[in-house]
Ligand binder design. Structure first.
Ligand code: GAP
Length: 522
């Protein structure tokens, strides 16, 4: 039996949460994220990551890959192309089904996403509602066009979210292609090659990180709903006769999560309840593989600093499930605008492989060495996570206004921090201090993402680094020259310790990887 995992605890205080607009302002001011093409008025739904943002985003992707691919023998990765054969999207059902219901204003021609406008203006849930029900709510609650203010909003044709492009110099139908709306289909289309090349035996997963594009009708809430974003996805394949046998689920038996089942929602409830994974399995609320992956994902977030009280899992009600899903649970986060999907984890059964077998006429079956029979594996769980939403979650849960310091402190996990170490000479007008500090910086930057700063008082330099989430600052003073040591200052406690220069890289490495606590330095 698998050994049980320890549940990570979040210990930081719960400060007042920023609004999403305040977070966007903070991100722009510090160089995390900018509106795309801002100098030309911006482009809705597109964002550029700045110097701190690109580092944080890369660190998130690195930690995800490390936990989901590098440290698992049962998962391998791919990197598929963004434009792929249009037949892939016909087979997957995206051409026919990947649509949102749109409402169009008969007066000014403005188009809006029907469910969003009804939820915003009428304050009622639209989960699982179809076009006629949405039209009824628009009439009943006199929902007005947000642009011209008239009552002329009417449900229009469903709007397909895939971006179209043409490939090559011709322009006809045969040159049409789509930008991928999810990375998942590249995994299914390459399933057979990957399984054979990497000699994978069921159960196993194929992972991918990459861009996805959706022509959202109304992109909004900053990075939450964009038109270009990134996904980190796994398709986890299991033998069709063993979909209920998960050898790893015991690792999470006593793991506790906030849970909202479809049954609780059907009874009108919207409040989650704390449950252990074992209780969910005993009550047959979920299949073991599905439970395992939900707990694994939750544990990954909390282990990197997300607050478990801000996370919950919610089962889709029947009407909201995607065309391919037999069961879907979302890992949700308590965003400033409510509990919303952070990661979708669906059971896709053998839907996708069967569709591609039918459409391509190719044998994508798996040869089972035990029975010498060909089978089509089932995807029992598809952890599908957006990088950009993850970026927001780690920023929200790290952000604190420290009234003692009168300054913002980003308590980012050191593994995610964009800058790991900042190096300062105590005074910038003392050449010997500047020379010594630059020498230390030059050595450290070989191994760590580092910043050298000599501008302003030490207090101002600490404050800048607290706002950037830099876990450690190193200061070189006059004693350093005589005693060959420096001061390290800890972002979270503001405590300081003296360490020998020759031991500095090793101590920093241990602090950053969590091998020692700052308190051990005294
Ligand atoms: N392969 C399954 C799939 O793509 P999804 O629930 O549509 O499922 C998965 O998307 C994740 O991708 C979401 O949970 C979210 O984190 C992210 N995502 C989806 N649409 C997004 C958008 N417009 N902007 C930012 N992230 C998005």
């Amino acid at each position: 039996m698998a050994e049980e995992r320890k549940q990570p605890q979040t210990k930081q205080p719960q400060p007042k949460k920023l609004t999403i607009d305040e977070m966007a302002t903070f991100c722009k001011r510090k160089g995390f994220v900018y509106q795309n093409s801002e100098i030309y008025g911006g482009m809705s739904g597109f964002f550029d990551y700045g110097p701190l943002g690109v580092e944080l985003k890369n660190n998130i992707k690195h930690e995800w890959w490390k936990a989901h691919v590098q440290s698992r023998q049962d998962v391998v990765g791919i990197d598929g192309s963004i434009i792929t054969h249009p037949k892939v999207w016909e087979a997957s059902g995206h051409v026919a089904n990947f649509t949102d219901i749109m409402a169009k204003c008969g007066k000014c021609g403005n188009s809006v996403r029907a469910d969003h406008i009804v939820e915003d203006k009428a304050k009622v849930s639209t989960t699982g509602l179809y076009a006629p029900q949405l039209q009824e709510l628009i009439f009943k609650h006199k929902v007005k066009c947000p642009r011209c203010g008239t009552d002329a909003l009417k449900i229009a044709q469903p709007f397909n979210l895939m971006f179209k492009t043409t490939v090559g110099p011709s322009e006809g139908k045969e040159a049409e292609a789509y930008l991928r709306p999810e990375t998942a289909q590249l995994i299914f289309a390459n399933f057979k090659l990957v399984q054979e090349n990497a000699r994978m035996k069921l159960p196993f997963g194929i992972a991918q990180i990459g861009k996805a594009f959706r022509n959202e009708i109304s992109p909004r809430d900053f990075l939450f709903r964009c038109r270009e974003f990134e996904q980190m996805e796994i398709e986890y394949f299991v033998h069709p006769h063993k979909v209920e046998n998960c050898p790893y689920v015991d690792e999470f038996s006593s793991y506790e999560i906030n849970v909202l089942t479809s049954e609780m929602q059907k009874k009108g409830g919207s409040e989650h309840k704390k449950m252990k994974i074992k209780e969910m399995l005993d009550k047959k609320l979920i299949l073991p593989w599905h439970a395992y992956w939900l707990a694994f994902e939750h544990n990954w977030f909390v282990g990197l600093g997300a607050k478990s009280e801000n996370l919950r899992i919610r089962q889709h009600v029947k009407e909201e499930k995607s065309h391919y899903a037999t069961d879907t649970w979302d890992l949700e986060y308590n965003f400033p605008f409510g509990w919303k999907e952070l990661e979708g984890i669906s059971n896709r059964s053998d839907y996708d492989l069967q569709q591609h077998i039918k459409a391509s006429g190719k044998d994508l079956g798996y040869f089972d060495p035990e029975t010498s029979a060909k089978v089509v594996p089932h995807v029992v769980a598809e952890p599908s996570l957006g990088v950009d939403r993850t970026f927001l979650v780690f920023l929200f849960d790290a952000y604190e206004y420290d009234s003692k310091r009168e300054n913002i402190v980003l308590h980012l996990n050191p593994k995610l921090a964009p800058i790991k170490v900042a190096v300062f000479p105590l005074l910038s007008n003392k050449e010997e201090l500047v020379t010594a500090a630059k020498k230390i910086y030059d050595e450290l930057k070989e191994d760590f993402s580092c910043l050298y700063d000599e501008a302003g008082s030490i207090g101002k330099r600490y404050a800048r680094m607290d706002e950037a989430g830099t876990p450690f600052c190193v200061t070189i003073d006059f004693d350093s020259l005589a005693k060959h040591d420096v001061t390290i200052r800890d972002r979270d406690s503001t405590k300081q310790a003296r360490v020998k220069i020759k031991e500095l890289p090793n101590i920093l490495w241990q602090l950053l990887s969590g091998k020692i606590d700052f308190g051990n330095l005294h």
